[in-house]
Design a protein around this ligand. Structure first.
Ligand SMILES: *[C@@H]1O[C@H](CO)[C@@H](O)[C@H](O)[C@H]1NC(C)=O
Length: 238
């Protein structure tokens, strides 16, 4: 009985712990995201099939049978631990093979993340013009600041910034959707994370007693000078 209760409470946070990506019916939406953090692409059509067009390999494939993705009830597509190689077009078609929604997604490499802290006087990267077969502007498109990690006491908050390219008179495009199969490495072509100090009052309506679970216990290995701790429901988007 205790074990069942534990499982039920574990499966509930699993869903809200993931970033949901949506797009209006019949539209094509473009997103820059970060690799290594789970996302769910919404389709909301019960007889849908997902296709993936890799912009890196110039190849179209049916996703329903791929090992690294999961089709959830309602045909929403779960991408656990997405990699930069999964950058491309995700197309959801109904049973008449017409488009329900389409996502053009750039999974920017989290290993390239440029991290700065405002209070340490560290500056984010500046706009830079580059020659990528023509003069383009490379800049960081920032998400809004996320919530402060504590209340009443001094805390920190973060925001994510994605690499975008803008041609003169063109609209901005996430860097690796712009570059496609082109292999360009340049120190400006990176996503960013910025940290800032914050202090906010406690909002008692949202500060309800949060339950927590012990997933694992770990004995520190004194022979090694470093160790990895994994946080099962963590996401960089929150
Ligand atoms: C960098 O470029 C973006 C996109 O054109 C623009 O919105 C932003 O104001 C620029 N930032 C600076 C500091 O020039």
């Amino acid at each position: 009985m205790l074990a069942t209760l534990w499982l039920v409470s574990l499966s509930l946070p699993m869903l809200w712990a993931q970033k949901l990506i949506n797009c209006p019916y019949k539209n094509v939406c473009q997103y820059a995201l970060l690799s290594g953090n789970d996302v769910i692409l919404q389709c909301n059509n019960h007889k849908a099939q997902w296709y993936f067009y890799s912009s890196l390999e110039d190849k179209l494939s049916l996703l329903n049978s791929m090992p690294n993705v999961k089709i959830l009830p309602g045909s929403n597509l779960q991408l656990p631990n997405p990699q930069p190689s999964q950058t491309g077009l995700y197309r959801c078609l109904d049973d008449h093979k017409t488009r329900v929604v389409e996502y053009d997604i750039d999974f920017q490499d989290i290993a390239l993340l440029h991290i700065t802290h405002k209070e340490l006087g560290q500056k984010p990267m500046e706009n830079e013009t580059m020659n990528l077969g023509g003069q383009v502007l490379v800049f960081t498109h920032w998400d809004p600041w996320q919530d402060c990690n504590r209340c009443e006491k001094p805390g920190e908050r973060k925001r994510l910034g994605y690499c975008y390219v803008e041609e003169p008179l063109g609209k901005p495009i996430p860097c690796w959707l712009y570059l496609r199969e082109e292999k360009v490495t340049h120190s400006r072509l990176r996503p960013e994370l910025q940290l800032q100090a914050c202090k906010v009052p406690c909002d008692t309506s949202t500060e309800t007693n949060q339950p927590y679970f012990i997933f694992d216990t770990h004995q520190e290995d004194k022979t090694k000078d470093h160790m990895w701790l994994s946080c099962p429901l963590a996401s960089i988007y929150r």
